[in-house]
Design a protein around this ligand. Sequence first.
Ligand code: ADP
Ligand code: MG
Ligand code: MG
Length: 319
Amino acid sequence: MEQQEGVWSYSAVLMGSPILLKLFSHNPSLAADTFRLIKRYEDLFTVNRTPSQVMDINLAAGQHPVAVSRPVFALIACAKAASLVKGGCFNLAIGPLVKRWRIGFRHDNTVPPAEELAALLALTDPQNVLLDEAAGTVYLARSGMEIDLGAIAKGYIADRVRDFLRREGVTQALINLGGNVHTLGAPQGGWGIGLKKPFSTADALVGVIDVQDKSVVTSGTYERYFEVDGKRYHHILNPATGYPLDNELDSVTVISTDSLDGDIWTTLLYGMGVEQGCQALRNKPEIEAIFVTKDRRVVASSTRNVLFTLMDDSYTFTD
Ligand code: ADP
Ligand code: MG
Ligand code: MG
């Protein structure tokens, strides 16, 4: 716990990420309850260890449907819907490829042989994730299939934390789940959320995003990656090729009311790129994105709910 100018910060490591909770009063028991809530959801959704309900589904792939709790069913249904969005690159059945690459988990990563990736691609069809609403079951139709909720779980959990804090009567707070930031209220008119400068020091910023009562989710290729022969391999995979997505982007940040939308859209927009992404958001006033490109452009899809201040003049900002 750390206190600074009336703000109390509590931290933990959960879901393999640093977690930060900022409150405007000294309340260690509320912080402990919040971290317990996060842990409870992590235990449902993780695919990195047993016991977990999603692991149960994966272990029964090709064998039998598995009855799961309502949050697990709901999140998988949502992830499947996102996986069927045209032009996006979200795929909840990407598990076998994620496991093979192991990007961000090991320090001796190598590029898997092309034939191996091709074989694993056959196990990633989202249509083979079969949901039975009445029975509350999930069935992976082919043996070897694996669900991975890594691109969506933190968003869902951030929303549950927001709901919990509201129920507890909290009016101003910030929760950062390893890059998924959720805010309640607005101290001094807005939360200044730093937009990280890709491939730089941890505290270097491209700019600051001011929001109130919003979620700010960033997905960046600079977070988890390895390099071989000068080529970078990062942790967001292209479900069409089995290799890391290769495009103009260093990061995408989504500002939205619900962090679940933010997490889904960061991944979808990564696949779409700046132009197609802005096009896709044209009829979605509730979702705004800020793209950071490799050639140092910062592009906002709109600035309805967002005030962006550029801080690094090696970048140019357009909206
Ligand atoms: P993080 O917040 O950890 O950077 P993201 O929201 O950017 O996570 O999602 C990346 C994670 O999602 C990966 O670590 C992996 O578990 C999973 N993933 C990778 N590629 C895809 C994809 N194309 N569709 C869905 N999930 C993916
Ligand atoms: Mg994320
Ligand atoms: Mg995501």
